[in-house]
Design a protein around this ligand. Sequence first.
Ligand SMILES: [Zn+2]
Length: 76
Amino acid sequence: MASHPERMLKQIEHKPGKKAVFLKHNMPKKRKHGFATSVCIRCGRKGWGHTGKYGLEYCRICFREVAEELGFSKFM
Ligand SMILES: [Zn+2]
């Protein structure tokens, strides 16, 4: 698997058939659930330590920074 498939596209951008096959086999898999689906809306960090409660979608670091602005008085 190519680590940066977008860069390799430059070589085959004028060959639509080859480009389609390349994308099919080399782009990262679109995930429906699991580790990589929880992405912070503020910084883009993904993985554990994600707050999805109350529809916030922040990582633990961003949550600590914005929690008081949002009105949370008790958080850690
Ligand atoms: Zn974040």
